[in-house]
Design a protein around this ligand. Structure first.
Ligand code: NAD
Ligand code: TYD
Length: 350
């Protein structure tokens, strides 16, 4: 029996990873540790709740004593670490929360793993889930590879870059068995509607303005979240200790083109006249330090471990829209109270 700690499992990507591991590996004991911040929601995991190989623990990775005790009690064999503050706009508004969770929280987990595993890493693994944003911004051409130098610009990406460095330092200094993956922008079900795609779907549905930062010319490389969860599964099981893999969809879109496509698909799904939803597009003040372009070269992962993205973007977007339209209660729940007031304030200030 392998006892695996998954952190941040109640969030967007984490819930897909938890679901995959619980369902595909009945011999593993999956322990999901999550603080349940505004972004964490147990409604994301109703289909695995009650499973004999699944347990949820509410807790904060910033609390070092609690994390140490948790490792002592559970004697984990591996960690898949996803817990993080993840939204760039929030990191601009309050960077310290990002330092605490993303940097201090990660170091707390590394310390607990190191102390608990006592130098015997033969059957242990610390998997750190990170982002392509650590590499900074690209111009019109080129792609991020695993050899690209780190050059983060936002407080979010700076905190993730810092945590990546700590994970590597624990490998180089103490020999801890670590792997890191840096993934491009994800989309799919259970995505909190402060990020571009679910926010646009929610706003179009409710006939609210769809904010486009700056001229909408920034480019992101979108990947279906279940393809990311599958990549994590493959890397977790097959990568050599100390390795890094980039994960991406080879699927670059200018924000404005993506939003126009979403508007077109939403018109069709909602039976609106063609062009009706596009009227909601509203250009707003640009994000400070807005990275122009991200694009991932995932050939190392494809060639070494045989992973390839499975879903075409239009098909994935259509599935994503269907999920949001079929799960209105989920949207209403996660957009109530705290989140709603935060969003209204931020948007009003733009
Ligand atoms: P998310 O914001 O949807 O979920 C984060 C989860 O972490 C939430 O469930 C939250 O409650 C939990 N959490 C936050 N602070 C915590 C703390 N102090 N202690 C315990 N739990 C805490 O984020 P996501 O989009 O699912 O991202 C997951 C991971 O993947 C992050 O590390 C992120 O940097 C990385 N990533 C995300 C993307 C993307 O497109 N969303 C792309 C590449 C990498
Ligand atoms: P986001 O989903 O926040 O992801 P990230 O900043 O991590 O890439 O934003 C994706 C892109 O969309 C980014 O270029 C910022 C832009 N954006 C908008 O134009 N309007 C919005 O309301 C949001 C949330 C993002």
């Amino acid at each position: 029996m392998k006892r695996i700690l998954i952190t941040g499992g109640a969030g967007f990507i984490g819930s897909h990873v938890v679901r995959r591991f619980v369902k595909n590996y009945p011999d593993y004991q999956i322990i999901n540790l999550d603080k349940l911040t505004y972004a964490g929601n147990l409604l994301n995991l109703t289909d695995v709740e009650g499973g004999s190989n699944y347990e949820f623990i509410k807790g904060d990775i910033v609390d070092a004593a609690f994390i140490t005790e948790l490792f002592t009690t559970y004697q984990f064999d591996a960690v898949v670490h996803l817990a993080a503050e993840s939204h760039v706009d929030r990191s601009i508004a309050s960077p310290m929360e990002f330092v605490m969770t993303n940097v201090i929280g990660t170091v707390n987990l590394l310390n607990a793993a190191r102390e608990n595993w006592k130098g015997d890493y033969s059957k242990k693994r610390f998997y750190h889930v990170s982002t392509d944003e650590v590499y900074g911004a690209l111009g019109e051409s080129g792609m991020f590879t695993e050899a690209t130098a780190y050059d983060p610009h936002s407080p979010y990406s700076a905190s993730k870059a810092s945590s990546d460095h700590f994970v590597r330092a624990y490998h180089d200094t103490y020999g801890l068995d670590v792997v890191i993956s840096n993934c491009s922008n994800n989309y799919g079900s259970h995505h909190f509607p402060e990020k571009l795609i679910p926010l646009a779907i929610n706003n179009i549905k409710n006939n609210k303005a769809v904010p486009v930062y700056g001229k909408g010319e920034n480019v992101r490389d979108w990947l279906w979240v279940e393809d990311h969860a599958r990549a994590i599964d493959v890397i977790f099981h097959q990568a050599k200790a100390g390795e890094t893999y980039n994960i991406g969809g080879h699927n670059e879109w200018k924000n404005i083109d993506l939003i126009k496509l979403l508007c077109k698909l939403m018109d069709q799904k909602l039976g609106r006249e063609e062009g009706a939803s596009a009227q909601l597009i509203t250009y707003v003040t640009d994000r400070a330090g807005h990275d122009l372009r991200y694009a991932i070269d995932s050939s190392k992962l494809q060639q070494q471990l045989g992973w390839v993205p499975s879903l075409q973007f239009e098909e994935g977007l259509a599935k994503t829209i269907d999920w949001y339209l079929e799960n209105e209660q989920w949207l209403d729940d996660v957009t109530s109270s705290n989140y709603q007031s935060y969003y209204e304030t931020q948007y009003a200030e733009r």
